[in-house]
Design a protein around this ligand. Sequence first.
Ligand code: 3HC
Length: 295
Amino acid sequence: MQISEQTRIAVIGSGTMGAGIAQLAASAGHQVQLYDISPQAITRGLEGIARSLQGRVDKGRLTTEQYQAILGRLSAAEQLSELAGADIVIEAAAEKLEIKQQLFRALAEICAPQTLLTTNTSSISVTAIASGIPNPGRVAGLHFFNPAPVMKLVEVVRGLDSSPQTIDTLCQLAQRWGKTPVRCQSTPGFIVNRVARPYYAEAWRALEEQVAPAAVIDAALRDGARFPMGPLELTDMIGQDVNFAVTCSVFNAFWQERRFLPSLVQQELVLAGKWGRKTGQGVYGWPREAQALPV
Ligand code: 3HC
């Protein structure tokens, strides 16, 4: 498959990542269908994209005509069956293997045999997601980072049966979208989410041991180690629900190795619905007010 503006993209899941990917694809000139099991979530996703693009207009990065053209390329799909004409499907639904397997089996029946079926999973085995579908060579991971329109990296993840052509095409797609693709094998957390686990885990432990307040831990890593965000504020941006689910998934996939042990404090935030920026409360209250650090 040769990638062009005519390549039709479908995105499944209109949460933070799905909406960000849809925005990116439409900005790159593709017709994009956005599907979610909840119609309200699609509306919220499209509204979020419009707000994000309006921000670009306000900053003078986008003209009003470009804004309208991008929004015009986005459409809501009410049924999964409406994605039958897609050339590339990018699944960004909930981080649960059963949900993804169900979706991929349905997509394999709905879409043409040559349609590439990709998953934005952060940590689940691409091989497992592809299992049970007739031609798993067209399945691969296409893993974006939050915020998807901004972050350069895309992990192009090879499952056991992903074909080399599928991987090449996805690398070509990522480059066309202005991203830096890296190829990796399907293993728990791939590269970034695996290596980043100790970054989050150690910050939670430092918080639990009252080494310092959250704001101080974050400032230390921002100002002392030049990370763009501290580990705890980053979990608020990613979403405590998502970050915790990824940690649990990597922990379990590595046979419960202690170095990936999830934090009980983070679990409490998740159970309380304090998922960070998207719910208005996480480690911090959002929008965050600038506060002087305790000295
Ligand atoms: N959507 C679209 N654009 C956004 C955005 C968003 N959510 N957030 C910021 N931007 C844009 C801004 O408009 C701005 O654009 P401009 O340069 O054209 O004006 C640009 O990004 C920079 O933003 P700001 O000036 O507001 O702020 P910063 O310079 O502090 O950058 C940041 C914000 C890019 C979020 C930066 O803090 C950062 O890189 N943080 C770390 C993010 C990170 O580590 N992400 C990976 C998380 S792990 C993950 O996603 C894996 C998954 O599997 C869970």
